[in-house]
Design a protein around this ligand. Structure first.
Ligand code: NAI
Length: 325
């Protein structure tokens, strides 16, 4: 049997974790032959709730769950972690300004980045889910100077999957056959979902759809505002679909995306004019435990404008927290 992989998950008492942990433990993320140890982090006041989640994990009798523990200390949670999924974050409370939200989260992610730097496995793969996800990932990365910057990523997979679903609905084709889709930029309503390069069984998606009005007036706003639509309908933010996206992000990163483009928020190397180091949604292919950004895609005027908008937002977020790093 394989040695267990240590997976740290923060925000373990929250609603995303309530979907995520059970799927990690059942083998959906790292494979049906890969045992895992779950190292759960949440705040002191959430420890009782986490204990309940652990009871349920035990009661599932998952053969792959080698061990699970909870703590409120990041250095305990991240000790030797090979995967770290950072879900816990400070939500926006009533009357809270955007700058306050950025600051509150910057404090969390500087501390967690420093803890990862100190105790995690030197090749830990980090996925930040908690919002503002891109900037939180950037802060954690900057706070962990001894770890490779490229190991810090943010989740745009939910936006990617939302775009896939819209294209499948519009074309009546199977979602599985859609290739070469990407979502550029920030996980926020400024994201730019882009199907210019997408194909279905080799046919061009822009040609198949051929409806500029649908693209501008339905597709882009539906993908961008889906999170709000789910809150309005459910009274709670998306959780199962967010957990699913986290599973797919890590699964593809570790096990490969089999030639398929997927979207990951990754530190920019300057490609496409994106400021180096900013964590930006980009098309990638994953192989042998690494991701590779798809380079040299043609950027037309519309795309340049859209990428510019989401880039500007991320540059502003970075400027708002720069003094804390
Ligand atoms: P939730 O409020 O149900 O759970 C959050 C949990 O994090 C709580 O148990 C809380 O105690 C914990 N927490 C807060 N600060 C912490 C800290 N410093 N260390 C450890 N744990 C901490 O929230 P939910 O629904 O699970 O969402 C979590 C985050 O994911 C939110 O920031 C949300 O905006 C974000 N999100 C991101 C998506 C993406 O696509 N990137 C999609 C959906 C949600």
């Amino acid at each position: 049997q394989k040695a267990p992989i240590r997976v740290a998950v923060t925000g373990a008492a929250g609603q995303i974790a309530y979907s995520l942990l059970f799927r990690i433990a059942s083998g959906d993320m790292l494979g049906a032959d890969q045992p895992v140890i779950l190292q759960l982090l949440d705040l002191p006041q959430a420890q009782q709730a986490v204990r309940g989640v652990i009871m349920e994990l035990h009661d599932c009798a998952f053969p792959l769950l080698a061990d699970v523990f909870a703590t409120d200390n990041p250095e305990t949670a991240f000790q030797d972690a090979q995967i770290a999924i950072l879900v816990g974050a400070r939500p926006r409370s009533k009357g809270m300004e955007r700058a306050d939200l950025l600051h509150a989260n910057a404090n969390i992610f500087t501390a967690q980045g420093a803890a990862l730097n100190k105790v995690a496995s030197r090749d830990v793969k980090v996925l930040v889910v908690g919002n503002p996800a891109n900037t939180n990932a950037y802060i954690a990365m900057k706070s962990a100077p001894d770890l490779p910057a490229r190991n810090f990523t943010a989740m745009l997979r939910l936006d990617h999957n939302r775009a896939l679903n819209q294209i499948a609905l519009k074309t009546g084709r199977s979602l599985n056959d859609i290739e070469q889709l990407c979502v550029w930029g920030n996980h926020s309503p400024t994201m730019y979902a882009d199907y210019r390069f997408a194909t279905i069984n080799g046919q061009s998606v822009p040609q198949l759809i051929n409806d500029a009005q649908w693209y501008a007036e339905h597709f882009l706003p539906t993908v961008a505002k889906r999170g709000v639509a789910i809150i309005e309908a459910r009274g709670l933010s998306s959780a199962a679909s967010a957990a699913n996206a986290a599973i797919e992000h890590v699964r593809d990163w570790v096990l490969g995306s089999k030639g398929r483009w997927v979207t990951m928020g990754v530190p920019s190397d300057g490609a496409y004019g994106i400021l180096e180091g900013l964590v930006f949604g980009l098309p990638v292919v994953c192989e042998n435990g690494e991701y590779r950004v798809i380079k040299d895609l043609p950027i037309d005027d519309f795309s340049r404008e859209r990428i510019g908008i989401t880039l500007k937002e991320l540059e502003d977020e970075r400027a708002a927290v720069a003094h804390l790093l």
